[in-house]
Design a protein around this ligand. Structure first.
Ligand SMILES: [Mn+2]
Length: 362
């Protein structure tokens, strides 16, 4: 019995070490094809690197360990990574309820529930992508413009190695400096922007930088291929009878929430894929696109929004596109009394990883 105890304890401790790349399985695990033994070398990808596979909750309690996104290992750099989860913990750009600075931490905590495969799509991200959590951008909570500079410089380093950033916000301001870095690498990108709001204001309270202005700045700087931009889920009260006129004038496709009510969005996503073509595409998903019944923990909620199901359909509908970056923004844990907003965000981020071009599907 003491031998049994020792073997369990040593295996569990190995699994707890930050940066572990092994699949932990108990010594009594049956099929070696199904569950790899930790004493054997981990599988190798084509470049000779190792895949990072989170410990399975079948063998390691999911509430244990340091909270990284999806229980992946933490890495300091993107070297050898195909994709990386990055946190950008700010709410300095928020116009209403604050709290999104706590978003990345809460998303990581709730992400402990994620497993390795998608049963809905048969995606196997950890068998085809080298992915890790690379921590947070070191933001300046007192200076939004300086924060934007820090984000831009951080993301330049992320995309330089060909790594696809999967971002946990943070308020929507962050999409602007991220897209600066992404467009520097890829040229003007297509954009699938899922949101209750267009986020295309010129100024708010006289300020050019905030969570209501990122896509206006992106257009001004030529970061977007405007014929390949779609905004989905827009709704609510506005400052004029047609709040989304400016978007249409740029050539964006605008899909009001009303056009999404009561239906599957799979047909819409077929049209969006045709619009996006084969060029690089960035996916920016503001959790407030979802109805506050599903995602109340956010800064500027609007009623009559998308369902969780429609949110998943949108992300799954991005499969086949040349996705070069994704973000999930505006989760505000102080307004998320059940944790389900952050849990929804964690799942949508997992779906984004599954939609990346290199992800294997069974
Ligand atoms: Mn937004």
């Amino acid at each position: 019995m003491s031998l049994l105890y020792k073997r369990i304890a040593s295996g569990a401790l190995r699994a707890l070490q930050p940066g572990t790349t092994r699949v932990w399985a108990p010594w009594w695990a049956g099929s070696r094809d199904r569950v790899r033994d930790p004493r054997r070398p981990p599988s190798r990808d084509q470049s000779g690197g190792t895949y990072n596979v989170p410990p399975s909750a079948e063998f390691v309690a999911r509430v244990s360990g340091i909270a990284t996104m999806a229980k992946l290992p933490y890495r300091e750099t993107t070297d050898g990574l195909d994709a990386a989860f990055v946190g950008v913990p700010i709410d300095t750009g928020t116009s209403n309820r604050p709290g999104a600075r706590f978003g990345p931490r809460q998303i990581r905590a709730e992400s402990a529930l994620l497993r390795a495969y998608s049963s809905g799509t048969r995606a196997a991200p950890y068998e085809s992508l080298v992915v890790a959590d690379i921590g947070d951008i070191n933001v300046n909570l007192y200076d939004l413009k300086d924060t934007c500079r820090r984000i831009r410089e951080g993301y330049r380093r992320v995309v330089a190695t060909g790594c696809v950033p999967l971002t946990m916000g943070g308020d929507h301001t962050i999409a602007y400096p991220i897209l600066q870095a992404v467009a520097e690498k890829h040229g003007p990108v297509g954009l699938i922007h899922v949101d209750a709001h267009a986020d295309t204001s010129d100024t708010v309270l006289g300020e050019k930088i905030g969570h209501g202005t990122p896509f206006r700045r992106c257009v001004e700087e030529g970061l977007l291929d405007c014929k390949r931009v779609a905004q989905i889920g827009l709704r609510g009260t506005g400052y004029s009878p047609d709040s989304f006129e400016w978007s249409r004038a740029q050539g964006f496709r605008v899909v009001h929430a009303e056009e999404c009510w009561f239906k599957s969005l799979a047909p819409l996503m077929a049209e969006i894929r045709a619009q996006m073509g084969s060029g690089p595409v960035y996916l920016s998903f503001d959790i407030d696109a979802l109805d506050p019944a599903f995602a109340p923990g956010t800064g500027t909620p609007e009623i009559a929004g998308l369902t969780s199901i429609q949110g998943v359909e949108i992300v799954r509908g991005c499969r086949g596109l040349n996705l070069v970056g994704c973000d999930l923004v505006e989760v505000s844990p102080p307004y998320d009394t059940t944790g389900n907003t952050a849990l929804t965000a964690a799942n949508l981020l997992f779906e984004m990883m599954c939609a990346l071009p290199k992800t294997k599907h069974y």
